[in-house]
Write a protein that binds this ligand. Sequence first.
Ligand code: ZN
Length: 285
Amino acid sequence: MSNLSNKVILTVATTGAWPQKSDTPNIPLQPEEIAEDILDCYNAGASVAHIHVRNDENKASMSFEKFEQTVKLVREKCDIVINLTTSGGIGLSDEVRIKPFYELKPEIASFDCGSMNWQHNTVFENSPSFLEKLGNAMQEVDVKPEIEIFDAGMVYNALYYLKKGVLQAPLHFQFVLGVPGGMAATVENLVYLKSLIPQDCTWGALGIGKMHLPVMYATMALGGHLRVGMEDNIFYAPKVLAESNRQFVERTNRIVAEMGKEIATPQETREILGLENWNVSGHTK
Ligand code: ZN
């Protein structure tokens, strides 16, 4: 195994569920443009693609066909690690949320570890029965859960599911800070959340919107992995829209280099996260 201690995994979340072309014309929303955008970010050094899809009206969706198309196009273009969301919309059935990763077998899929009041206007529901079903389904098809944490109680949910066998060690966490209804994006909150997880875990963090950069710097200082992209933040600087997701990747590359670290290649990412048994066309196990 190569020396991975100074490698930082960089996930790009190109699309998300909510931003529209009216928010930024530079966001990719349909399979062809998402795949092109991911290739562009891969060429700029991104390690992982966190993928959401939209329906034909560009609205939040868990359309299996759109996922299938997108994943196929990405796999044709490059060997970036693929991470599919299981939360591409509100009020969807368990089956609709599970089917894309179950059938397409990405290396990673998101596991949102509890329910919350989402942005003060709806309930982001991840019920106990859903989470059990989700964790067990991921184990069946050997997809690694990325445990998304919006609030401290969700870490304790993850530890509960670890004990119960719904999740398996080593866990991989993603702290998502700054969503209204969840924990604010502060350095103090990040330090606190990191203190709650077991030693053998891997983790990353991101701040939504204008807290993107402060959380990125703090995450690097604490030894975590990074995520950029228009799912989380469409502005490159105050009042300046990012021209592309690639622009975020390029900036992160410079920041990581200045810290004396390097962005992990997809292959190094597989080693860090214990995904060695996978290959780009689906895993080999
Ligand atoms: Zn997402």
